[in-house]
Design a protein around this ligand. Structure first.
Ligand code: GDD
Length: 402
């Protein structure tokens, strides 16, 4: 048997995701029409002998209750939310719930960050790990040298794949091979974390102040476990050859939405919409997800990379390109939405434009409307972020509307 743990973090961790994370925990924000964590969860479902999935975080339990019960029913696998009383760090959180995780005596525990987007080749990682031995195997990927410094950089033996050296977000370049935040471990991971705790206890103040900048009961997987265990024949790497992105900003979620939509071509083609503008169906271009409850006018033109959530109404002549439209939005006739995310219950007026450059790396490269924003008729909102409950009756450009 194996179990999977997905680290979901908590409200203080999601601040870069504002304004979308004000009322919805970041892990539940839809990408390609499914909550962010739905994608790793459905990848877990494909592992043979998977007994349970745990989500560990410090959000209130009620925020995950509905999702956890519906996904458990849908996948027919128990998915449980375990709430920490406060953040314990990525390894500390795992250790905090060790008895629950080990209840069914799994041979292996998968550990996944919730905020990464990839095809999650979990069975491949597990099979590789069984060949390598040791405590754990991590998914790694090559990125550009400039991008690498935002991640854990590492050096692996090209033949044995052993992790030889690991540095978390180094200031000077170490390697363009980085940590994807997806791991499989044997139960020995708990002994390794226990070892860090006893080291902290034994050498208490000295060790703590010399080498750690975090509270004594906070254990980070990267700095406190991966770095010291590198080069000891305990950790191995599995290289990801498919897509991978980290999801720290709303702009990135638009990019990840497009990656998941194109993955649907292979894994779930039934989720992708089609239509050529005839037979009273709108014209669909490229990869588009449309929730079955959406009311679409047949003269609208939609795509590529568009996902439209439940109960959205799209009027005549509307054009949607590269955008995420969240639940209960209304888009009135001849409005245009390009390179944008439209928050729940928002309304876009007639002949209005909500648009941005589409450069994901720029702060205002994607226009984001928070929950219940009203854009009145004939108003343009360009390269801007608009907080929840605002009404815009004049056009704005490169602005943050608080
Ligand atoms: N439950 C819980 N409790 N979750 C936590 C906690 C905690 O105290 N702290 C972090 N997390 C979750 C986050 O929500 C995220 O899913 C994951 O653990 C890792 O978060 P961080 O520890 O903040 O690290 P990071 O995301 O900046 O970087 C990590 O992931 C990168 C890949 O995305 C590192 O492992 C990097 O090396 C790696 O490249």
């Amino acid at each position: 048997k194996v179990v999977a743990v997905i680290m979901v973090g908590g409200p203080t961790k999601g601040t870069r995701f504002r304004p979308l994370s004000f009322n919805t925990p970041k892990p539940l924000i839809p990408l390609a029409g499914q909550p962010m964590i739905h994608h790793p969860i459905s990848a877990c479902k494909k592992i043979s002998n998977l007994a349970q999935i745990f989500l560990i975080g410090f959000y209130e339990e009620r925020e995950f209750a509905l999702y956890v019960s519906s996904i458990s029913n849908e996948l027919k696998i128990p998915v449980r939310y375990l709430k920490e009383d406060k953040p314990h760090g990525s390894a500390g959180a795992l250790y905090y719930f060790r008895d629950r995780i080990m209840e069914e005596k799994p041979s292996h525990v998968f550990l996944l960050n919730c905020d990464v987007c990839c095809s999650f080749p979990l069975q491949g990682i597990l099979d590789a790990h069984r060949r390598y031995g040791g405590i754990g195997t991590m998914l790694v990927i090559k990125v550009s040298a400039e991008a690498a410094s935002q991640f854990g950089e590492l050096i692996a033996d090209p033949d044995t794949k052993e992790l030889l050296h690991y540095t978390e977000k180094p200031e000077t370049f170490v390697s363009d091979l980085i940590n994807c935040g997806v791991y499989v471990f044997t139960s020995d991971i708990f002994k390794a974390i226990e070892g860090v705790y006893s080291q902290i206890r034994d050498t208490s103040s000295n060790y703590q102040s010399a080498t750690r900048s975090v509270p004594a009961d906070f254990v980070r997987l990267d700095q406190d476990i991966l770095s010291p265990l590198a080069g000891k024949k305990q950790l191995y790497t599995y290289e990801n050859k498919d897509f991978w992105e980290q999801i720290k900003t709303p702009g990135k979620s638009l990019k990840c939405s497009s990656l998941y939509l194109s993955q649907f071509r292979q894994t779930s083609p039934h989720l992708l919409a089609s239509g050529d503008g005839t037979n009273r169906k709108p014209m669909i271009l490229g990869d588009v997800y449309i929730h079955p409850s959406v009311k679409l006018h047949p003269t609208a033109k939609i795509g590529p990379n568009v996902s439209i959530s439940a109960n959205v109404r799209v009027g005549p002549g509307v054009r949607l390109i590269n955008c995420i439209i969240l639940d209960d939005v209304e888009i009135k006739e001849n409005a245009v939405v390009i390179n944008s995310i439209i928050g729940w219950k928002s309304s876009i007026g007639r002949w209005s434009r909500v648009q941005a450059s589409g450069d994901y790396s720029e702060r205002l490269g994607i226009t984001i409307l928070g929950e219940a924003v009203t854009v009145e008729d004939e108003v343009a909102v360009i390269g801007s972020i608009v907080l929840q409950n605002k009404t815009l009756n004049v056009s704005v450009q490169e602005d943050i509307i608080l």
